[in-house]
Design a protein around this ligand. Structure first.
Ligand code: ADP
Length: 374
């Protein structure tokens, strides 16, 4: 019973004040403690971690404002309310700046005290509710990620593995019809796995965690390596991959692994949605404090009506050409999330039938710039 009561510490050097506040609040069912100076008040706060503390501003020894400043360190969840006989706008502003939640000028009626305490308690209730909701949301997200990766992904990996073994013929011969059906099943499972992997990638991108891993990354080297890696894929469709050596410093601060993922998505799309004998050109330019990487293809292009939705999760442009490479529709939303986690931006312009340009703007690394000038 006692545990459910809200607790209040009253710090005032005037005995009559402490007693009257206590009488009113005890009667209303609060658990109260009093202290006659700042020092004793602070140790009571430390011990009790009360919901609310009433602090008289003018006291001998440690003054009310000093107590106020320390409350947040000792008990961050406690709501401080100041009481004073010399209520001036300046003192109120000063107290609010130092973290007071509210202000009660002396003399006050029991009703005025009750109103102010009620408001303080409402604030506590709302903060607790918000905190509980935040925790619940985080937990649901974490559980969902774990569920998707373990309960969904793992069995699919096992199924795909069985299909591979059967299709390899090592468990016995199959009729052509059997083989065809099994190979269709395998393809569907693999597409599902791609979708799950993409979704997991997107769910795991967390700006805070990413920033901690930031190191200097040369965009020129990163894209050159990506292009080298994708050349065999492009050659299959007679698509030429080119990169211009930049005459600017292309180093930025970032996380190499996720940047590789973003650019690989863009390059893969530029190949996948291209035309035979087409090309993909990568070049760099500067714009104020940003380095812009342009990825320009001579592919099928994107109609204007699709552009605003392109970076939405699961958005795919529905057309026949897409059938050759079924995707999850998550690639561009992941790119955007990664680029924005690097405080950058991604832009697209396209002419249907002629080609598309994706421009990725990333902030220059300030460290590197000064180094290269020295
Ligand atoms: P996915 O490629 O898996 O469908 P994305 O999010 O990577 O998903 O792309 C969304 C849609 O944008 C694709 O379905 C495709 O139609 C279109 N698209 C992306 N890049 C290009 C491009 N370079 N040229 C033409 N269309 C593109």
């Amino acid at each position: 019973m006692e545990e459910n009561k809200h607790s209040i510490v009253i710090i005032d050097d005037e005995e009559s004040m402490r007693d009257s506040c206590r009488m009113i609040l005890d009667k209303d069912g609060f658990l109260t403690e009093t202290a006659e100076d700042g020092e004793k008040g602070l140790s009571k706060i430390k011990e009790m971690k009360p919901d609310i503390v009433l602090i008289d501003l003018k006291m001998p020894g440690i003054g009310g404002l000093d107590v106020l400043e320390k409350v947040n360190d000792i008990s961050p969840d406690t709501i401080p309310i100041v009481i004073t006989g010399y209520a001036t706008v300046e003192s109120a502003v000063e107290a609010m700046k130092k973290g007071a939640y509210d202000f009660l000028p002396k003399p006050f009626t029991p009703e005025q005290l009750r109103v102010i305490i009620k408001r303080g308690l409402e604030k506590i209730r709302l903060s607790r509710e918000a905190e509980a909701l935040r925790n619940e949301k985080k937990l649901i997200e974490e559980n969902f990620i774990t569920m998707v990766s373990h309960q969904l992904r793992s069995p699919l990996v096992a199924i795909a593995q069985y299909f591979e073994v059967m299709l390899s013929g090592s468990v016995g011969e199959m009729s052509k019809q059997h083989k065809d059906m099994l190979s269709k099943a395998r393809n569907r499972v693999n597409s599902l796995l791609d979708l799950i992997n993409d979704w997991l990638d997107a769910a795991r991108i967390d700006k805070g965690q990413l920033v901690e891993k930031f190191k200097p990354v040369s965009l020129e080297n990163l894209l050159k390596n990506q292009i080298e890696f994708l050349k065999p894929l492009a050659e299959k469709d007679d698509i030429q991959l080119e990169i211009e050596t930049p005459d600017i410093e292309s180093t930025i601060m970032g996380d190499k692994e996720t940047l590789e993922q973003a650019f690989s998505n863009l390059l893969n799309n530029a190949i996948k949605y291209n035309k035979p004998n087409g090309s993909v050109k990568v070049s760099f330019r500067e714009n104020n404090d940003n380095i812009i990487t342009d990825i320009k293809d001579t592919g099928i292009g994107i109609k204007k009506k699709h552009i605003p939705h392109l970076f939405n999760q699961f958005y795919r442009v529905n057309r026949n050409q897409d059938k050759k490479g079924k995707g999850s529709g998550l690639g561009l939303s992941i790119c955007k999330k990664i680029i924005e986690a690097h405080s950058g931006a991604i832009d697209v312009s396209s002419v249907p039938g002629e080609g598309t340009l994706f421009a990725v703007s990333l902030p220059k690394s300030k460290e590197k710039k000064t180094k290269s000038f020295s």
